[in-house]
Ligand binder design. Sequence first.
Ligand code: GUN
Ligand code: ZN
Length: 429
Amino acid sequence: MAELHLGQVVEYHGDPLIEGPDAVVHHRHGALLIEDGKIAAVGPAQSLRAAHPEVPVTDHGAHLLSPGFIDAHVHYPQTAIIASWGKRLIDWLNSYTFPEETRFADAGYARDVAGRYLDLALANGTTSACSFCTIHPESVDALFEAAQARGMRMLAGRTCMDRNAPDGLRDTAQSAYDQSKALLERWHGTDRLSYVITPRFSPTSSPEQLSALGALWAEHPDCLMQTHLSEQTDEVAWVRDLYPQARDYLDTYEAHGLLGENALYGHAIHLEPREAARIAEIGAALIHCPTSNSFIGSGLFDWPQRQAERQRIGLATDTGGGSSFSMLRTMAATYEIGQLTGQPLHPAQLWWLATQGSARALRIEHKVGALAPGMEADFIAVDLASTPAIAQRQARAEDIWEALFPTIMMGDDRAIAGTWIAGTRQTIG
Ligand code: GUN
Ligand code: ZN
């Protein structure tokens, strides 16, 4: 079944971080032709209507039709503890995160939170995410089953920890390998789901566990591998104590087979020059989690330096260390951190990062993250006047970017007028 959606449309003709904002092209009166869950054509409304006179039309007026947002690093099990007060990383993990993650031994609880998280994501215009789960295989099954029921493209993995975590949240090198492998074989490539090999971070894995997961990755190099890197200075110092032979934090991964082009390193704030150079050389991705970085007090991602190195960067909420489910709020925080580090990111760059940039980081850019023929039809309609404060500012805008920026800075789920997964509008909740 075909359908034409009319509205404002943005198309990506290049990477605006490299080529500048003109790499993103705007149609004031644009259209998407959707057929069998995919985008069949994108272009000016008039010509697409003329070419397809028989196809039913949905007119979204002045709403912006955009690829759905792609959240490149979340912890869905932390949904219920988002916005927990007053701790920094290690205390925050011990006080809030680990007790909550312990509850996911109960498959019913895992299913409840997985469904709640995905509904919150969809309401915020997020159509794909890459999630950490917990140590419990049930937590992975719960998320993938909930994503499958909604038809979503979802990436996730069992979070492995064999030390410095409480009873009930520790595995071993062998059980981490065995259970990750079983989940990978069950889920990877099923429908729109991808398994991601997931050591939590070096402080909660023994060298043996990192090696075991490195071996699993070597057996399945098409999988992504996600972890955390250099988020807080206390954490970096702790890693130095735990791994005295390592040259730096990245080396704890590198020495155990956990550095490669399909690696995703969350945060990456306090990088040494060698680490940054090595990541750029390999082509691994850095995942920027700006609301988390200010909320947990981690520090400022060095935008000018990382840009100069041409790092591949994805954008993420890091729910629940991050303080929002919204990629709009995440773009706003990205802009603020850019300002604080001397790089004012353009709205076109922010929007691209939250869609195509994250898709590239997750190696799914040929499937989602852009409106182009052949792509899966995961898209959103964005109301650029969703609150009185935003409406009055955008009313005097002279171009799309001036019209969109108030929504980036002040918008939330009220700006998401609709979310479509594979061409089907989602009714949420
Ligand atoms: N480092 C290791 N685990 C976590 C986590 O759950 N959240 C954040 N923000 N950092 C981490
Ligand atoms: Zn994280």
